[in-house]
Design a protein around this ligand. Structure first.
Ligand SMILES: C[S@@+](CC[C@H](N)C(=O)[O-])C[C@H]1O[C@@H](n2cnc3c(N)ncnc32)[C@H](O)[C@@H]1O
Length: 286
């Protein structure tokens, strides 16, 4: 894998050399790094896949990423304020992270972040902790948030499983959004799908009773799997009286990945479940 940054053709001006380390406007520069030099000195840490943390099957494929100059600039400039590296090493105080005690919704896999930015703008009273491993998307979302003056978005870099398991407190989330997770259509890859019973048990432990879990997919066999595992899980109740899929709620914009699925004639299904009020806690006699 190349160690140098790649820039999209439309970018002619970059500022990736750290604070004050920009280049002359109008000049296209390939930034090469010495071995071990971080890609963005003030930006997200390398290895968001979390392989430093443990070896296990992951729900995403680490990708070689092309970062535009605009995204690189946003990562350098805004990451120290709005970024969260998922290193599994500490508990995150969400009130401190957002600077207020408003409800926090976790979005796993925001892609390029357009839908996230729109939801944040539509609902300023809700904080969105948006997590992905995809560096260009992190830069893009930071840029969108900055340009729109959004104060209720924070961007997590890394595996959401590690965030949920190691870094969030019980009952700390008011909602969970998983829009168009990687469908992993091949049978031998089904084990990589995010929405599985073990994942739901972990998520349930971090969600407040009554919190909304919202999933959407354009891959019908995955939608069926989601419906099965959510319906069977004791900690979640379907909001739909018929026990089926939900109409797309007004607050969810069309996403980039969804648009691609619709172009291929795919059917989109939304699922809306609530974290059950009861807890399956061991009794004092156990
Ligand atoms: C198919 S894309 C969908 C992106 C976006 N939600 C959309 O609809 O356009 C799925 C995204 O989920 C991310 N992802 C998958 N598993 C993840 C995990 N465990 N933690 C963080 N991000 C994850 C991938 O990197 C990818 O960007």
């Amino acid at each position: 894998m190349s160690d140098s940054l790649n820039f999209a053709p439309e970018d002619h001006q970059i500022a990736v050399g750290g604070p004050g380390g920009g280049h002359a406007p109008g000049v296209s520069v390939r930034h090469s790094r010495a071995k071990g030099e971080p890609r963005f000195p003030d930006g997200p840490q390398a290895d968001p896949a979390g392989s430093h943390f443990e070896r296990r099957i992951r729900s995403f494929q680490p990708r070689r990423s092309r970062v535009t100059a605009g995204q690189a600039d946003a990562l350098q400039r805004l990451w120290p304020h709005w970024g969260l590296d998922i290193d599994g090493q500490r508990i995150v105080d969400l009130a401190e992270l957002f600077g207020n005690t408003r409800p926090v919704v976790l979005e796993i896999g925001f892609g390029m972040g357009e839908a996230t930015a729109r939801m944040a703008a539509q609902d300023p009273g809700t904080n969105i902790l948006a997590v992905d491993v995809h560096t260009p998307g992190q830069g893009n979302l930071l840029n969108l948030a900055d340009r729109s003056g959004l104060t209720n978005v924070r961007v997590g870099n890394g595996d959401a499983i590690i965030l949920l398991r190691e870094m969030l407190r019980p009952d700390s989330l008011d909602g969970l959004r998983v829009y168009f997770p990687d469908p992993w259509p091949k049978k031998r890859h089904h084990k990589r799908r995010l929405i599985q019973p073990e994942f739901l048990t972990l998520a349930a432990a971090r969600l407040r009773p009554g919190a909304l879990v919202h999933c959407a997919t354009d891959w019908e066999p995955y939608a069926q799997q989601m419906l099965e595992v959510l319906s069977a899980h004791p900690d979640f109740d379907n909001t739909q009286p018929d026990g089926g899929y939900a109409p797309r709620p007004d607050f969810r914009p069309l996403t980039r990945f969804e648009g691609q699925g619709l172009d291929k004639g795919h059917v989109v299904n939304d699922l809306l479940f609530r974290r059950a009020e009861h807890r399956d806690q061991p009794s004092a006699d156990d």
